[in-house]
Design a protein. Structure first.
Length: 169
């Protein structure tokens, strides 16, 4: 992980290149994170890639309910040569949950962005195939949001349609 000083130096260089990008930095329990403006994600990831973070390990969705902006997306990056790890975070509101897709530059983000879309409702603009990946296509709602009803509901999966049953029967 970049130490606290290394994280601030990286964020300072990023501010010099993209003044509107960096919103905050945190270094907690040995892990560095940069919070950015949502519209700058492509440029920020290109910048940190040039700094050695060439492996996008994962993309996560989060719900900060009841805080606003409520929905978050985190990108976990690795520098395989220095064995460093960095988190790039952004937040969007539920009224306009749009983030530029990074699939063009980071192909590994393809299914991960689809999962965040499916579970949290974050729309990745420019994604080549943005559709549900875990839930049925006609499913309404986003099951990983904190205001989703606990207890679940019956879902008719494709392989059960012929029998006319759902997973609860």
């Amino acid at each position: 992980m970049p130490d606290a000083t290394g994280l601030e130096l990286l964020a300072g260089d990023l501010r010099d290149r993209l003044p509107e990008a960096v919103r905050d930095t945190t270094h907690f329990r040995g892990k560095g994170a940069i919070e950015i403006a949502p519209g700058t994600i492509r440029e920020v990831l290109a910048f940190v890639r040039d700094r050695g973070f060439r492996f996008l390990a994962s993309v996560h969705g989060l719900d900060y309910y009841p805080e606003e902006p409520r929905l978050g997306v985190q990108y976990e990056l690795l520098d395989m040569e220095r064995l460093d790890r960095l988190t790039v975070k952004l937040r969007v509101s539920t009224e306009d949950p749009r983030v530029p897709s990074v699939v063009g530059e980071w192909p590994t983000a393809d299914h991960q962005e689809r999962e965040v879309y499916d579970m949290f409702g974050v729309v990745f603009e420019g994604h080549p195939d943005l559709r549900r990946i875990l839930m049925p296509e006609d499913y309404e709602g986003f099951p990983q949001r904190r205001d989703f009803p606990i207890g679940g509901e019956s879902i008719l999966f494709t392989h059960d349609m012929v029998k006319g049953t759902d997973y609860t029967q």
